[in-house]
Design a protein around this ligand. Structure first.
Ligand SMILES: [Fe+2]
Length: 159
């Protein structure tokens, strides 16, 4: 086996002292769970962007909706790569958000939903051996972290 060419390669290697590597079944279950959540997220952000009175909020939510849709595609491809058909379900997050009154409450729940995605990925990432999957989920994590920060900045300037 070729030795790691740089320290950064080495840090990407799974740490054998951590909990066991995520197996195929665990990954499929998580990827499908994330896919259902991202579908709901795409639907929520698109709907809220249409309801936003502030053009900056509208634009930010549209950008998040595009990211959510992009991750739906990525998750479908990763599930197929593992030899399964992706779930066709959409999570109940959309109903939960729309059951709330007012934009502020809906955006707060959206923020919590995005935070849930971040926690899920952070938890599993160190246990993924598959490089392509680590890369895609790492991108999804970083994008969600960025979007949460962008939404916080919008909240700070007032809606
Ligand atoms: Fe999301």
């Amino acid at each position: 086996m070729k030795p790691p060419s740089s320290p950064s390669c080495f840090t990407n290697a799974p740490d054998p002292t951590r909990r066991g590597h995520a197996d195929r079944e665990e990954m499929l279950s998580l990827l499908n769970e994330l896919l259902e959540a991202e579908r709901a997220g795409a639907k929520v952000t698109l709907r809220l962007s249409r309801e936003a009175n502030d053009p900056a909020v509208d634009a930010a939510l549209q950008a998040v909706a595009i990211d959510e849709a992009r991750f739906c595609t990525m998750l479908c491809l990763q599930i197929e790569r593992l030899g399964e058909a992706p779930t066709k379900k959409t999570g109940d997050f959309y109903q939960k958000v729309m059951a709330l009154d007012g934009m502020d409450a809906r955006l707060r729940l959206l923020d919590r939903g995005q935070g849930w995605v971040v926690r899920k990925i952070r938890e599993v990432l160190p246990r993924i051996v598959d490089g392509a999957l680590r890369k895609d989920l790492g991108d999804m994590l970083a994008t969600h972290e960025r979007n949460i920060e962008a939404c916080k900045r919008l909240s700070a300037r007032g809606r």
